[in-house]
Design a protein around this ligand. Structure first.
Ligand SMILES: NC(=O)C1=CN([C@@H]2O[C@H](COP(=O)(O)OP(=O)(O)OC[C@H]3O[C@@H](n4cnc5c(N)ncnc54)[C@H](O)[C@@H]3O)[C@@H](O)[C@H]2O)C=CC1
Ligand SMILES: CC(=O)C(=O)O
Length: 314
């Protein structure tokens, strides 16, 4: 296995935003692009290569096929249908399960033995599907989960509080979808709990603002889709962040879709919870002592995931 080789399956808007972000950050040494539309992947590879003189490191970028998966360290699947205006991510369930099945079959045939990162929606369920069909280790199959939503939350809070988003430690948990929620009891601006900030009379935010922010973060993808049909830069950078955590063996805390095996008193489901990510994938699921209402929201998300999984023939 090559330690710095990444394959992207799906060179649409999400796949290419991810590739462009990795090129700009110098995240890997070798990058392979695979798509059903081979010509598209070929054109994207040529275009990216023309940016190499401006990139922070040398990279080998080319359009390939599934035989290139064999020695890759990480494969990210970004192939799949997108939501039409008004559709939820869950509306993509059957279409994208079919696509996922065909891709996983090919990846398995290649002899791949690395980390599988899923972005295709509905991402928590697609991660479960990828795991189930591949038979790979639970910890080596990861979904992007609410990494993007947590970044949206950090940005929104940073704007309201006028604090660098990097200093906001706050997490969106549960489904990457309509039932997601913010774990406010674990949200901090620097060293200050957000609850404490919201309870101060002279504060920039109050408790009703927190509800508004949570709602905004939950629904912002719908607004982007209404404005420009799909979202891709944010997820491209979120996927780069996760990839870096794996390739650099970072042990970083990210809200990826992780397999629950007793944590939060739940099992046999992938859902977004803070997890420690390193070279082995998810090293550890962090089991937070959530407030009762937060735990109910997590359970609700999990119920929705399980109900939808039960509709699938996998
Ligand atoms: N997890 C997250 O936070 C986010 C997930 N997404 C999801 O990412 C997925 C991709 O979105 P976009 O890139 O905008 O779509 P897109 O339509 O721009 O690209 C999809 C690509 O997948 C390819 N493809 C389809 N079936 C394939 C197969 N069997 N094998 C190989 N390639 C195949 C298509 O040829 C196309 O190039 C969607 O499901 C979308 O909902 C989008 C944004 C955020
Ligand atoms: C489309 C999508 O899943 C997002 O932007 O959150």
């Amino acid at each position: 296995m090559k330690k710095n080789k990444v394959v992207i399956v799906g060179t649409g808007m999400v796949g290419m935003s991810y590739a462009y972000s990795m090129l700009n950050q110098g995240t890997c040494e070798e990058l392979v692009l695979i798509d059903l539309d081979k010509k598209r992947a070929e054109g994207e590879a040529i275009d990216l290569n023309h940016g190499l003189s401006f990139a922070p490191r040398k990279m080998k970028i080319y359009a390939g096929d599934y035989s290139d998966c064999k020695d890759a360290y990480l494969i990210c699947i970004t192939a799949g249908a997108i939501q039409n205006e008004g559709e939820t991510r869950l509306d993509l369930l059957h279409k994208n399960t079919k696509i996922m099945r065909s891709i996983i079959n090919e990846i398995k045939k290649s002899g791949f033995n690395g980390i599988l990162l899923i972005a295709t929606n509905p991402v928590d369920i697609m991660t479960y599907v990828a795991w189930k069909l591949s038979g790979y280790d639970k910890s080596k199959v990861i979904g992007s989960g609410t990494t993007l939503d947590s970044a949206r939350l950090r940005y929104t809070l940073s704007e309201r509080l006028d604090v660098n988003p990097k200093d906001i430690n706050a997490y969106v948990m549960g489904e990457h979808g309509d039932s997601q929620f913010v774990a406010w009891s674990y949200a901090f601006s620097g060293v200050q709990p957000i609850y404490q900030i919201a309870s101060r009379k002279d504060s920039k935010i109050n408790f009703s603002d927190l509800e508004e922010i949570e709602d905004e973060v939950r629904n912002i993808a719908y607004k982007i889709i209404e404005c420009k049909k799909s979202t891709y830069y944010g997820i491209g950078m979120a996927l780069t962040r996760i990839t870096k955590a794996v390739l650099d063996n970072e042990n970083s805390v990210l809200t990826v879709s992780s397999y629950l095996n007793g944590e939060y008193n739940q099992d046999d489901v992938y859902i977004a919870v803070p997890s420690i990510v390193n070279k082995d994938g998810v090293r550890e699921v962090i089991h937070l002592a959530l407030e009762n209402t937060e735990k109910e929201k997590l359970d609700n998300s999990i119920e929705i995931m399980k109900e939808n999984i039960s509709k699938l023939d996998i």
